[in-house]
Design a protein around this ligand. Structure first.
Ligand SMILES: *Cc1c(COP(=O)(O)O)cnc(C)c1O
Length: 221
């Protein structure tokens, strides 16, 4: 399926340099990704480790790959050499594994903590209490090869604009409240929220990184 060039330009204009566009290419072909790359896009997001490593091997090396799915600890090692940003960290155990793998490559890996903001049980993420527990854990402050670069959240899958706005607003407030993290090199700079259906609301609520798939690449099967 050809990518939607008009939509791409329109979204870039809407973001106006104030938010980063992560083009979510999961399930999409190498050719589709290359086409968007040729228009200048460099940030791409993927959900599945196997798919990501195949694409990374086949595509230009200056692509910044974002892992936006639910990452299993035993798969961190496959993406550790090249991943640019991991969006979905939701346990200390996972963060420790990322730290371990990053140290093997002498890297400092940038991560976002995923916060639970939706009204649905199906979405992953930390509650505010769980976030506090991690931030106050002494092991957390000793991780040297990861840095927490911000938060990520997914709003409810709903037509209720007010609800979505409220959920994004909650995340923005939590983000503002936590700008003094007890971990080396960490500073909350990135607030990753907003997808095809709700990115405009997310931008109104202070998002500076949106993850957009279907508007650019068409519907997924
Ligand atoms: C698939 C996915 C997106 C993109 O969804 P679209 O509705 O196609 O824009 C964004 N974020 C995450 C975490 C996803 O899994």
């Amino acid at each position: 399926m050809p990518i939607n060039k008009e939509k791409y330009q329109q979204i870039l204009q809407e973001l106006n340099g104030k938010a980063t566009l992560v083009a979510v290419s999961k399930t999409k072909s190498i050719e589709d990704i290359q086409e968007l790359y040729n228009l200048g896009q460099r940030d791409f997001g993927e959900n599945y480790v196997q798919e990501l490593i195949e694409k990374e091997a086949a595509l230009p090396k200056d692509i910044r790959w974002h892992f936006i799915g639910h990452l299993q600890s035993n798969k961190v090692k496959y993406i550790a050499p090249f991943i640019h940003l991991i969006h979905g960290i939701d346990t200390l155990a996972l963060l420790k594994e990322v730290n371990k793998q990053a140290s093997k490559y002498n890297r400092t890996m940038a991560c976002l903590l995923q916060i639970y903001i939706a009204k649905e049980e199906t979405k992953f993420g930390l509650t505010e209490d769980e976030l506090e527990t991690i931030l106050n854990n002494s092991e957390f402050s000793q991780l040297k090869n990861v840095k927490i670069a911000g938060f990520m959240g997914m709003a409810s899958f709903s037509n209720d604009t007010k609800l979505i706005k409220k959920e994004f607003n909650y995340l923005k407030l939590l983000f503002n409240k936590n700008n003094n993290l007890p971990i080396i090199n960490s500073q909350l700079l990135i607030l990753s929220m907003g997808m095809s259906a709700d990115y405009k609301i997310a931008l109104e609520e202070g998002s500076n990184m949106v993850r957009i798939g279907s508007l650019l690449f068409g519907k997924r099967d």
